[in-house]
Ligand binder design. Structure first.
Ligand code: FPP
Length: 255
């Protein structure tokens, strides 16, 4: 059965939670004869724009895939530059988040990030934790497979200490050990740049999500593109394993 919060009758017109695989920074730069880092720098500007665009459009949670567990394998200079951009971004945004009541959360193996980034993240997460209207989640050093491995370890430890019971094998109990514990599942996942892969992003949480792949490169992605994706989403029928006929009365009930 779908989780109570995922029943078709609850389907919002605007997705509550949008998750984005931000792709195409490198190609954006290459098209202009610029170094890749310029694409990432421009990508940070898009992060700023889209954070507020999503909120204006009625989204309650936005998750951005900012650095994957596999991204460490990029050239050292690019990894260093990305971490530098991230630190600068966090330093600049803290006051803005507090002013605009944006809650910041993270998912991923944060403990492996450079100390400067961790320090800014911890401060921002702490200072914004009281905000409830809108949440920005940064997926950092994130990968679904490491998340599952970490969750399995955490679950096993909880069983060993009696906090979980081995005979309760439910998804709901297991999901409490994922990085996303307490967050709603994404309703809509967007990937920019024309690639049609999920790249180890929220594989379990997106089990019932709608997917939109757009050719727009991340640095060029605008509020108009986000609004178009949300419009497309709102026309889709989410069935959660049910038939179209079963879903329709529920859809009528929300009108
Ligand atoms: C993919 O483009 C993008 C990334 C690997 C990183 C995304 C990072 C940012 C937008 C900037 C940092 C984020 C924050 C929140 C400050 P790509 O390099 O894979 O592009 P390509 O496929 O065209 O080469």
């Amino acid at each position: 059965m779908p989780h109570a919060s995922q029943r078709p009758a609850d389907k919002p017109i605007v997705p509550r939670h949008v998750a984005i695989i931000m792709d195409g920074n490198g190609r954006w730069a290459k098209q202009r004869g610029l170094p890749r880092i310029e694409g990432h720098r421009r990508g940070v500007e898009t992060v700023r724009t889209v954070t507020y665009a999503a909120r204006d459009l009625g989204v309650r949670m936005l998750t951005l895939y900012a650095f994957s567990a596999e991204n460490w394998n990029r050239p050292r200079a690019e990894v260093g530059a990305l971490m530098g951009l991230l630190e600068l971004y966090l330093k600049k945004e803290l006051r803005t988040f507090v002013r605009d009541r944006v809650r910041l959360m993270t998912i991923g193996r944060i403990e492996d990030l450079p100390a400067g980034v961790r320090r800014h993240l911890a401060a921002t997460v702490e200072e914004t934790k009281g905000f409830t209207d809108y949440t920005l989640v940064l997926a950092l050093n994130y990968g679904s497979r490491t998340e599952v491995a970490d969750a399995a370890r955490s679950y096993a430890a909880a069983v060993a200490s009696g906090r979980e019971r081995l005979d309760d094998g439910s998804w709901e109990r297991f999901a409490r050990h994922l990085y996303t514990f307490g967050m709603p599942d994404p309703d809509l996942v967007i990937r920019t740049s024309g690639e049609t892969r999920v790249s180890n992003f929220l594989l379990l949480q997106a089990a019932y999500a709608e997917f939109i792949f757009t050719p727009v490169l991340w640095p060029d992605f605008t509020k108009v593109d986000l609004a178009a994706a949300i419009e497309d989403y709102s026309r889709r029928e989410r069935r959660y394993g049910l038939t179209s006929e079963q879903v329709k009365p529920a859809k009528a009930a929300v009108k």
